[in-house]
Design a protein around this ligand. Structure first.
Ligand code: GLU
Length: 505
C-alpha cells in the first residue's frame, strides 16, 4: 500500500454534553495527527434523530475551542470532504446501501418491531443471522414477487448486512494487537431504515471514513465490539485495501477502579466529568464543567493525556507540543485507566505555578472584580506572585488574598488569644512609630530597620511578628510580613496597626 496522508477523525454524536473520555479520545487523535503531519477531522454523527439534543454540537465545538485543540476540517471548520454532518449526507448513504444490496451483501427485511419482539420472546437469545434469517420476513426468504409488492405498497423495511457464518474476523488493533472474533456471534446488523431514510451508525461511519480518506480510527474501547462488523463492511464494499488501522483506547474507570467512570461518580465525589458546564435542555439540570470549576485548559489536557498513556519516563508535566513529540499510540495501555481526579487538581496547581504571574493575575482580576475590588493590575500581579504557590485553583486566591485589598474588620479570636500578649499593644505602638519615621518603605529597608530594632531592644522576634501579622491580616496566615507591609505601603500599614491596637488593647 502506498503511503497515505494520515487522516483521523473525532466523530461524536450530539446526544448531550461531551464526556471527559470523549475529550481524551479527541486529544489522542489530535496528537496522532500532529505527529504524523496529518489532518484531524471533526464529524458529527447525528443519524439517530431520536437521540439528537439541541445545543450539543455547539457545546462540543466550544469545548475544543476552550481546550485549544484545533481541527483541520469538519463541521464549522470547512474542508473539501464535506458535508461533515451525517444528517446532510443522506443521498450518499442511499447510494452505498444500494451498492451492497446489488452485490447481495445486504438484504431487505420487513419484520415489524412486534414480530421481532415476539421472536425474541419465543427463542431464547434470538439473533438475526444465517441460522435464523430463513424463518424471518426478508428478501432472502420471501418470493421475489412478494418483496416487489411490499416495496411497491410502501411497507417500511430495514436493510440488514448479510454476515457469512463460520469465519474468523480479525481486527488489527494498534493497541490490542490481533483481535479475533468468530462471525457467528455477530448478527445481521441493520444498516438502513426506510422509515427515516437514514443509515444506522455502522453504515454511515464506514462510508464516511472511506470517503473522508480516514487512515486511523482512534476511539474508545466501547466501540471495539463494533469493529469486526466494520471490518466486514469494508470488505463488502471492496475497500479492504484502504481500511483504516484501528486503535481502541482504554476505558476511563471510576477513581477506585471499580467499573466505568460515570457522571454519578463526579456528582458523588465532587469533580466534573464534562469540559464545560452543561445545561440539559430537557431536564434543566446543570452539570459542572472543568472550565467553570477553575481548571486551566492546559492542565486538563495534560491530566487526560496521561490517562491511558505515559511517555515511559516519570515526566508528568508536558506541553501540548511535547505531547505531540512523545505520544505513541502503540504504547497506550489495554487496561482501563483510573480517573484520579485529585491528580487533576495537582496538575492545575502545577500549571498555575508554571504560568506567568501576569496571566494568572488576569484570571484573578475577574474574580476580584466580581468581589467588588478594582485594583491596578500591577498590584494584582504582585499579590499573585506572593500567593499562587498556595493554591490549586485561581478562585482559591480570593479568600487567601482578601486582606491585601481590604483591611480586617474583625480579628480572629483564636489568633488573638494565642498571639496578642500583654505587651503587644505597647510594642505595636512603638513599631508603628518606628515605621512612621521611615522615608524608604521598601521591603528591604523595613526588614533591616525592624530586625535591628527588635535586636537592640531585646524583643522576641516571633512575638513581634505574630502580633504585627494580626494587626495587618486579622488572623495568623499570610506570606512574609515585610511582603505584606511593603505591599500595603506606609499609610495603610500604620492605619491598620493603630486600628488594631485601639480595638485589641
Ligand atoms: N459516533 C460515535 C461516538 O459517538 C463514533 C464512534 C467512532 O469513533 O467510530 O463516539
Amino acid at each position: 500500500m502506498s503511503e497515505r496522508r494520515v487522516r483521523v477523525r473525532f466523530a461524536p454524536s450530539p446526544t448531550g454534553a461531551l464526556h471527559i473520555g470523549g475529550v481524551r479520545t479527541a486529544l489522542y487523535n489530535y496528537l496522532f495527527a500532529r505527529q504524523h503531519g496529518g489532518d484531524l477531522i471533526f464529524r458529527i454523527e447525528d443519524t439517530d434523530s431520536g437521540r439528537f439534543v439541541p445545543g450539543a454540537e455547539e457545546y462540543i465545538i466550544e469545548s475544543f475551542r476552550w481546550l485549544g485543540i484545533p481541527f483541520d476540517e469538519g463541521v464549522s471548520f470547512g474542508g473539501d470532504h464535506g458535508p461533515y454532518r451525517q444528517s446532510e449526507r443522506r443521498d450518499i448513504y442511499k447510494k452505498y446501501v444500494q451498492q451492497l444490496l446489488d452485490a447481495g451483501k445486504a438484504y431487505i427485511a420487513f419484520d415489524t418491531p412486534e414480530e421481532l419482539d415476539a421472536k425474541r420472546n419465543e427463542v431464547k437469545n434470538f439473533q438475526y443471522d444465517a441460522s435464523t434469517r430463513g424463518s424471518m420476513r426478508n428478501s432472502l426468504s420471501l418470493p421475489e414477487e412478494e418483496v416487489k409488492r411490499l416495496l411497491a405498497d410502501g411497507v417500511q423495511y430495514v436493510v440488514r448486512f448479510k454476515i457469512e457464518p463460520d469465519e474468523d474476523v480479525h481486527v488489527d488493533d494498534l493497541i490490542r494487537g490481533d483481535v479475533v472474533i468468530h462471525s457467528s456471534v455477530l448478527d445481521d446488523k441493520v444498516l438502513y431504515k426506510s422509515a427515516d431514510e437514514l443509515p444506522t451508525y455502522h453504515l454511515a461511519n464506514i462510508v464516511d471514513d472511506h470517503l473522508m480518506e480516514v487512515t486511523h480510527v482512534i476511539r474508545g474501547e466501547e466501540w471495539l465490539p463494533s469493529a469486526p462488523l466494520h471490518v466486514l463492511l469494508y470488505r463488502a464494499f471492496g475497500w479492504a485495501d484502504t481500511m483504516p488501522r484501528f486503535a481502541h483506547l482504554p476505558l476511563l474507570l471510576k477513581p477506585d477502579g471499580k467499573g466505568k467512570l460515570s457522571k454519578r461518580d463526579g456528582d458523588r465525589l465532587g469533580f466534573p466529568v464534562f469540559p464545560l458546564e452543561w445545561h440539559d435542555p430537557k431536564t434543566g439540570e446543570i452539570s459542572s464543567g472543568y472550565r467553570e470549576s477553575g481548571y486551566l485548559p492546559e492542565a486538563v489536557l495534560n491530566f487526560l493525556a496521561l490517562l491511558g498513556w505515559n511517555p515511559g519516563t516519570d515526566q508528568e508535566i508536558m506541553s501540548l507540543e511535547e505531547m505531540v513529540k512523545l505520544f505513541d499510540i502503540t504504547k497506550c495501555s489495554k487496561a482501563g485507566a483510573k480517573f484520579d481526579y485529585v491528580k487533576g487538581t495537582w496538575f492545575n496547581h502545577e500549571y498555575i505555578l508554571q504560568k506567568s504571574d501576569e496571566e494568572i493575575a488576569r484570571h484573578f482580576d475577574v474574580i476580584l472584580k466580581e468581589n467588588g475590588f478594582d485594583e491596578p493590575m500591577e498590584r494584582v500581579i504582585t499579590v499573585v506572585g506572593l500567593m499562587k504557590s498556595r493554591v490549586n485553583f485561581v478562585k482559591e486566591l480570593m479568600p487567601l488574598c482578601r486582606f491585601f485589598f481590604e483591611a480586617p474588620t474583625v480579628y480572629d479570636e483564636k489568633t488573638v488569644k494565642k498571639r496578642w500578649k500583654e505587651d503587644s499593644a505597647e510594642q505595636m505602638a512603638r513599631l508603628a512609630d518606628l515605621l512612621e519615621g521611615l522615608d524608604d518603605f521598601s521591603l528591604e529597608h523595613q526588614e533591616t530597620v525592624v530586625t535591628r530594632w527588635i535586636e537592640d531592644n531585646g524583643l522576641h522576634l516571633g512575638n513581634i511578628m505574630n502580633a504585627w501579622r494580626l494587626t495587618l491580616v486579622g488572623e495568623g496566615k499570610g506570606p512574609h510580613m515585610f511582603d505584606i507591609s511593603a505591599f500595603l505601603g506606609k499609610d495603610e500599614t500604620l492605619r491598620r496597626m493603630r486600628r488594631a491596637i485601639e480595638i485589641l488593647k
